[in-house]
Design a protein around this ligand. Sequence first.
Ligand code: ZN
Length: 79
Amino acid sequence: MKRFTCGELVEVITAYLDHALDEPSHVAVETHLACCDDCGHFFDQFRVTIRVVGAPPPEKLSDRTRDRLMSAFRNRRQS
Ligand SMILES: [Zn+2]
């Protein structure tokens, strides 16, 4: 079964939200989110932010918004 590290998960999260992943990857993301507290919190935050900025499809998120979310996540992982 496919597995993502936390870093890999961040890279594919927008594709996941856009249902652009293949089935094994999609399942692997869900599995990771279900058992990783850090990524679960990150994902909640990500979805809330998308809703706040007007619920565009993830690929329409501005690079700046996406970068901010990604770096917020990375910074927390390091601290
Ligand atoms: Zn994780």
